[in-house]
Write a protein that binds this ligand. Structure first.
Ligand code: PGA
Length: 254
């Protein structure tokens, strides 16, 4: 891996204050693993307390609204999560696209708002099992990213990460094969170079998500163009999450 690997835990709707001990343990372990950039995205309610516990890791959110504020009951703006200590936000996760009918246009508006609020963005993309079977996975993902990514981003390589998460691999125990991951990440790389230019487009990290576990992480991180992982289930305990981070550290040249 050429760049510093980025290992992000997506806690989804898991965690009450009792989970802060895991955040602390993750932070302590990350202090001994400086070759890797470790981050967690807990539920909104834990962003501020987790941020206060964290010396080494960054804390982010799993979504935000695209508006600055106003009559949007139950929603939270990018500026609010930044104020709570979030440094980044995950956007366009398939569970948001499916469970909350988020379109590419909605996701793009959120990304623009997040960047405006000074947050980094992890933009998710990924195809369904049917799309993969039909042979159109790469075209689908390209189209999804064209619709979801802002046209211009200052310092795109610093502020944007793309997470490829095939929907059929999320929470199922099935992972894409190294060859499929490599092919898709290469296609995403070509698109990023087209959209953001040679220099920025080559540096933007592309991370993989979908049933990444300690026992398959090494194989996944060995794939070209895999710059880290977005980890769901296995990020809920410091032990399994940091085993994945360790596997990423081992791919970095000494
Ligand atoms: P998983 O989730 O690791 O539990 O498959 C990944 C994600 O949805 O980000």
């Amino acid at each position: 891996m050429a760049q510093r690997p980025y290992i992000v835990g997506n806690w989804k709707m898991h965690g009450t204050r009792a989970m802060l001990s895991e955040a602390r343990a993750i932070d302590r372990a990350a202090q001994r693993l400086m070759k890797v950039e470790v981050a967690i995205a807990p539920p909104y309610t834990l962003i501020h307390p987790a941020h206060r516990e964290a010396d080494q890791i960054s804390v982010g959110a799993q979504d935000c609204h695209h508006a600055d504020g106003g009559a949007h009951t139950g929603d939270i703006s990018a500026a609010m999560i930044a104020d709570a200590g979030a440094k980044f936000v995950i956007l366009g996760h398939s569970e948001r696209r499916q469970g909350h009918s988020e379109t590419d246009a909605t996701v793009k508006a959120k990304a623009e708002a997040a960047l405006e609020a000074g947050l980094r963005v992890i933009m998710c993309c990924g195809e369904s099992a049917d799309t993969r079977k039909s042979g159109n996975a790469a075209a689908f993902v390209e189209n999804q990213l064209r619709g979801s990514l802002p046209e211009t981003i200052d310092s795109a390589s610093e502020r944007l990460t793309v997470a490829y998460e095939p929907i059929w691999a999320i929470g199922t125990g099935d992972t894409a094969t190294p060859r499929d991951i490599g092919d898709m990440h290469a296609a995403i790389r070509a698109l990023l170079v087209e959209l953001y230019g040679e220099e920025e487009g080559r540096e933007i990290r592309i991370i993989y998500g979908g049933s990444v576990k300690p026992d398959n992480a090494g194989e996944i991180f060995a794939v070209a163009e895999v710059g880290g992982a977005l980890v769901g289930g296995a990020s809920l305990t410091a032990d399994s999450f940091m085993s994945i981070a360790l596997a990423a550290a081992e791919t970095v040249d000494a």
